[in-house]
Design a protein around this ligand. Structure first.
Ligand SMILES: [Zn+2]
Length: 482
């Protein structure tokens, strides 16, 4: 499907699907039990002692794919934790959808802050509690529930589906680029959906259409060959901690304005439509500030806080070191000091160019007697966004509109989604993130939960969406156009 010509996409309400709804209702408690089974496997990718659990979780998912009739399901070893790939070939003329998810979870500590143990899932008040309930095990099973229902009720799928589930998302997906490259043929698809993501709220459904890039740097300032006595050398020797403070104060102003020359030059300007979409999000800056315990918000002038978070590049100092850090006093003039800096990049920005601009600015800001080295950290990436006219976006909007009765919010995140950039780079696929994780569900924190009503809705929306993608694909596929 081309990324233009989305006018053939079904915009209206879905065909009533009483048989599908009945199937999902009947399977509801079994589906919940299955999710509990998966959550009970402590697939904490970051902790070496959970290696066997990673293999168990991957095998569990492959077995689930088998159970719902996947003709080609396999655990795929990687240099790290295994991935799982399942494929349903496309009916003639229909597109193939790649669905991404991850089965690994964050460590559960601090354990004492959990009401019930993290790997003993429990339902309380319409919510299922457990590590991974929301991120991402609850969501990863939604497309599989939809596929199971569609194949049972309709005898097959309207589109081809390639399900890709990795086990290293929470540790930065180190093996995924190689896996995508090696499995490129098996993973060939026309569009991609990610069942890992975030939704604005239960009341306001959303689709994630963009995320920021990331750039990480260390700034190291040096003023002398070694630390010096502040009495013997005071008033003469340059102080690296003071020099670093000067450098940092010249990167960002007190009000949050970024002072690095050329920093935001390549950032794509916000359109009026994008500003209007940001304004649709019910974001209360005052309540937000109170919520984080801050007395004021800072950032680039001329933009609302949420415009800055979604669209504008940011620069943060993540840590500072240098000199004496212990109890009491020590009369030292530090010879070296350093800071860690990360930038969240906007669309249009090239991490290399931004890094070069920061390095130039640091060098130009150094006080006399100080030298600086700016070291780029590995793992940076450019920002991601999907074409607003992309057919998969139109289909997902249609499916959410049909379910909720109004247009979903097209939201962005200030964070970074390497998977989106990776799928684009390695497989040429634009991804729409469709997940029912809500920001208040304790992702990566104690008492993580998922709302059961959202899982019910999510499975139905995925089923409707696969039909819409079939309709859109049939309209834009070359064979179908004859
Ligand atoms: Zn996740």
């Amino acid at each position: 499907m081309a990324s233009t010509g989305g006018n053939a996409v079904q915009e209206g309400p879905p065909e009533p699907q009483p048989a599908l709804d009945a199937y999902l209702r009947a399977a509801r408690s079994r589906h919940l039990a299955e999710l509990c089974e998966l959550i009970a496997i402590p697939s904490v990718g970051a902790l070496p002692e959970h290696g066997p659990d990673m293999a168990r979780a991957a095998a569990w998912i492959a077995a689930r794919l088998d159970a719902i009739g996947c003709p080609e399901a396999a655990v795929c070893p990687t240099a790290g934790h295994p991935a799982v790939i399942g494929r349903w070939p496309a009916p003639p003329g229909a597109p193939t959808v790649l669905v991404y998810a991850h089965y690994d979870v964050q460590p559960a500590d601090p354990l004492e802050l959990w009401t019930t143990p993290p790997f003993a899932p429990e339902v309380r008040g319409g919510r299922l509690y457990g590590r991974g309930a929301s991120d991402d095990k609850g969501n990863l099973l939604l497309p599989l529930r939809a596929i199971e229902a569609l194949t049972s009720v309709e005898g097959g799928l309207p589109v081809g589906v390639t399900f890709l589930c990795e086990g290293e998302e929470e540790i930065g997906s180190p093996s995924l680029p190689a896996l995508l490259s090696v499995q490129r043929e098996r993973l060939r698809a026309d569009v991609a959906l990610s069942a890992d993501g975030i939704m604005w709220s239960s009341e306001l459904p959303s689709l994630l259409v963009g995320s920021k890039g990331l750039l990480a740097l260390d700034v190291q300032v040096r003023c002398a060959a070694g630390d010096l006595h502040s009495g013997l050398h005071g008033g003469m020797a340059p102080n690296a901690a003071v020099a670093l403070a000067h450098v940092l104060a010249r990167l960002v102003a007190a009000d949050g304005e970024i002072l690095v020359e050329g920093f935001a030059d390549d950032a794509r300007p916000l359109s009026d439509a994008e500003r209007a979409e940001v304004a649709r999000a019910p974001f209360d800056a005052r309540a937000y500030a109170a919520g984080i315990g801050a007395s004021a918000l800072v950032g680039e002038p001329g933009y609302t806080p949420l415009e800055r978070n979604w669209h504008r590049p940011t620069l943060d100092v993540n840590g500072i070191w240098g000199g004496f850090q212990g109890e009491g006093a020590k009369t030292v003039i530090p010879a070296g000091a350093g800071a860690k800096i990360t930038c969240r990049l906007a669309c249009g920005q090239d991490p290399d160019r931004v890094a070069a601009a920061i390095e130039r600015h640091v060098q130009a800001s150094l006080p006399p007697g100080a030298e600086a080295e700016v070291v780029r950290q590995a793992g940076g990436s450019p920002a991601f966004e999907i074409d607003p006219g992309h057919p998969v976006l139109a289909a997902a909007r249609g499916a959410l509109r049909a379910s909720y009765g109004f247009d979903p919010l097209l939201m962005r995140m200030g964070g970074t989604l390497p998977i989106a950039e990776l799928l684009q780079r390695e497989l040429g696929l634009d991804v729409v993130l469709l997940s029912w994780s809500m920001p208040d569900e304790g992702l990566h924190a104690p008492d993580e939960f998922v709302r059961l009503e959202n899982l019910d809705r999510g499975a139905r929306v995925y089923a409707d969406l696969l039909h819409r993608l079939a309709a859109a694909g049939a309209a834009s596929h070359p064979e179908a156009q004859g």
